[in-house]
Design a protein around this ligand. Structure first.
Ligand SMILES: [Mn+2]
Length: 318
């Protein structure tokens, strides 16, 4: 392992121009790792040119702005891809081979080889955790700005140290990070977890209205009128779906949101028991085993999905 850290460090040292990328649909780990890595590199090598690319996310504006990429510099640049297992999911890179050298740093199971050098650790809670580790194992220099970004990404990917890949190593690295940089973790939690009142009111609506079946399926169909009442954003369900975890009576929960403008029904589904992605795949959607979604053109599919998920819950309970 030590050799791998050294090799990554050597490549960073070798290149004057470095581009850092992450996956589409950015989340705090993707943003925190790329922005944090940029800080680390510039703090260690102030003369280098480091660009973080990808679509800017206003939801996570506290992570910082993206950089403009100079196309002419690609062929001389080192590309570091964080938190992304395959080319199709890299935001802002069509062909990694256009770059001089490619490093992949990831904690997803490997899907595709597009790199010259890889560090994939599926036991790591987050790529942010991996970068804290890399820094302490090499001559990269930590600072407060990098620490804040890495901390937020790690906290978000572990859901505040709740998920089971939170390990003794996670706590050890975070402990050292806080001690070294004196980051103010309370204010950072504010960034991550304060939310608009409308989301909370909508959560109340979902909690009040959700039907819960015998098998442990919670479901809810939200008509367009209700979406309009809560601000008219079809992304609303996606913002709150994660908040219905850990309810005794609910194993799987799904919200169907009518989107009249686009003539479709958005499906957001979550599970804390059976794997649900295969059901959603059947209806043209997909995702992770515990978090999936779909966009339905056919209204009849709503009932079919409810039946399939209910079946899944019942079998799981047996
Ligand atoms: Mn991640």
């Amino acid at each position: 392992m030590k050799e791998l850290y050294k090799e990554i460090y050597k490549k960073i040292k070798e290149y004057d121009k470095i581009v850092i990328a992450r996956h589409i649909g950015a989340d705090p780990d993707a943003l925190g790792s790329t922005m944090g890595l940029k800080e680390l590199i510039l703090n260690t090598f102030p003369e280098k040119k480091v660009s973080v690319i990808g679509v800017y996310s206003s939801v996570f504006k506290y992570m910082g702005r993206m950089d403009k990429l100079n196309e002419n510099e690609i062929k001389d640049s080192l590309l570091i891809v964080c938190d992304t297992p395959n080319v199709e999911r890299i935001d802002g890179v069509t062909n990694p081979r256009d770059y001089a050298y490619v490093i992949k740093i990831d904690h997803h199971p490997a899907i595709e080889k597009f790199e010259d050098l890889k560090w994939v650790d599926t036991s790591a809670s987050s790529v942010c955790q991996m970068l804290i580790e890399l820094t302490y194992e090499t001559r990269l220099k930590m600072n407060k700005e990098a620490a804040e970004k890495l901390f937020m990404g790690l906290v978000s990917d572990t859901n505040r140290f709740l998920y089971d890949y939170t390990s003794p190593k996670t706590f050890m690295l975070v402990s050292k990070l806080i001690q070294d940089t004196k980051i103010d973790i309370t204010s950072l939690y504010n960034n991550l977890y304060s939310r608009p009142l409308i989301d909370v009111r909508f959560m109340g609506y979902v909690a009040q209205t959700m039907t819960v079946t015998e098998g442990g399926l919670g479901y809810l169909i939200i008509p367009d009128e209700i979406v309009q009442r809560f601000g008219g954003d079809a992304a609303l369900a996606g913002n709150v779906i994660g908040s219905f975890n850990n309810i005794n009576e609910v194993l799987v929960w799904v919200i169907f949101t009518e989107d009249r403008k686009n003539e479709l029904i958005k499906v957001n589904a979550r599970s804390r028991g059976p794997e649900i992605h295969t059901v959603l795949e059947k209806y043209g959607g997909g995702g992770h085993p515990m978090a999936s979604g779909a966009r339905l053109k056919n209204k009849d599919d709503v009932e079919k999905i409810i039946n399939d998920l209910e079946e899944l819950c019942k079998n799981y309970r047996k």
